[in-house]
Design a protein around this ligand. Structure first.
Ligand SMILES: Nc1ncnc2c1ncn2[C@@H]1O[C@H](COP(=O)(O)OP(=O)(O)O)[C@@H](O)[C@H]1O
Ligand SMILES: [Mg+2]
Length: 360
């Protein structure tokens, strides 16, 4: 850990870092908790630069969003040190420290908070919906277009459809014939794939600040009250569509099956969980969303699930080069769970629309 303490020495910590330990269960960055002589704690992270190629741009996003959030939190009478991340500058005054290929950053440690790894109750799912809805609400008047796209075309489903067709045409592993049914599933939704991208381009849906990793373990809960405290992990903050953040939460949260479940009878879209998330999300930011955004929430859920399944299928056809696999056909299994959920959502569309109306 001495290398970690050396790195810590490049930041304005107020006093010397005396210990460092690995912290949390994140899968992207390397996270350490630092303790200093004064007793103040910090989070030190090595940014995963193989995923985030432009760490400087990423940190510009994090700084501008957290500065904005702090002002909003103060004007609402909240605690800006606990309700959002606080970037600690380097001795030189930069937002990160670069050593060769490695990029490091420090946040103050939010004390008295707990992180939940998996959603064990409807209440927890509701709480995460409130947290991400609140995040949307606070950032509703942030100039989203000024942010960098930390992963370009992340939810450009139209482009991803093009990548899928290219993978079918190349068929490098000669797998296309064996997945004719899945390929047909995607092709019959070709027009659907463009719907949200087109609506954003035409201005029918506004550009918003999106989080793009709306998992439960990216929300810190207050250890005493149990209420959501802060949204963390702002690496994938980008301009995008609010309904895609909502949709991705529904994709992985409104079902009881694992993403790679092989028994599709166990993979079902749970409309009660959809209702629970919709209630929590709209309860926070419903008043700030446009009527069109609210109307399209169910489409956001279907689009994110469809896009994800299509990406798994594209990777399966391309020889599993992007998503790590742990068994033969893993990406195909993942693709099938997503398509099962898309089919369920298509059947439940009227009910989803009714639920959204109920909470508008
Ligand atoms: N400022 C902070 N204060 C306290 N805990 C934090 C802070 N930032 C992150 N964490 C904890 O560290 C975990 C990993 O951090 P995160 O930024 O989400 O990394 P990853 O991108 O690898 O998921 C989080 O789930 C959270 O539990
Ligand atoms: Mg995380």
């Amino acid at each position: 850990m001495s290398q970690i303490l050396d790195i810590a020495g490049h930041f304005q910590l107020g006093s010397k870092a005396i210990s460092a330990e690995r912290y949390g269960c994140g899968h992207i960055n390397d996270t350490f908790r630092l303790e200093t002589e004064s007793g103040k704690n910090y989070i030190l992270q090595r940014i995963n630069t193989s995923i985030f190629r432009d760490a400087e741009a990423l940190m510009e996003n994090v700084v501008s969003v957290t500065d904005f959030l702090k002002k909003k939190i103060i004007s609402a009478g909240g605690d800006p040190e606990r309700e959002t991340l606080s970037v600690v500058p380097t001795i030189q005054g930069d937002s990160m420290y670069r050593e060769g290929e490695e990029c490091w950053r420090v946040y103050t440690f939010i004390e008295g908070a707990v992180t939940l790894q998996t959603c064990e109750s409807q209440e927890q799912f509701y709480a995460s919906a409130s947290a991400f809805g609140h995040f949307q609400k606070l950032l509703a008047d942030f100039p989203a277009g000024s942010l960098h796209e930390s992963i370009p075309d992340f939810h450009n489903t139209k482009l991803r459809y093009g990548a899928f067709e290219a993978a079918v045409a190349a068929d490098v592993c000669k797998r296309a014939a064996s997945v004719a049914e899945e390929i047909a599933f995607v092709r019959s939704r070709k027009e659907f794939a463009s719907v949200l991208v087109d609506m954003q381009e035409s201005g029918e849906l506004p550009l918003r600040v999106t989080h793009n990793d709306t998992k439960l373990n990216n929300v810190l809960f207050d250890g005493e009250s149990g209420l959501p405290l802060a949204v963390v992990d702002l690496d994938t903050v980008m301009p995008g569509l609010s309904i895609n953040d909502f949709g991705d939460s529904i994709r992985f949260g409104a079902t009881h099956a694992a993403e790679d479940e092989q028994d599709l009878d166990k993979v079902n879209f749970d409309i009660d969980l959809f209702e629970c998330y919709t209630k929590g999300f709209l309860g926070e930011c419903g008043a700030l969303m446009t009527d069109m955004e609210k109307k399209m929430l169910p489409v956001g859920a279907m689009m994110m699930t469809f896009e994800c399944g299509m990406r798994f299928l594209t990777d399966y056809l391309s020889g599993d080069t992007y998503f790590k696999i742990h068994r033969e056909g893993h990406n195909l299994d993942r693709c099938r769970t997503q398509f099962k959920l898309v089919s369920d959502m298509e059947k439940a569309r009227d009910r989803m629309d009714e639920i959204v109306k109920k909470y508008c």
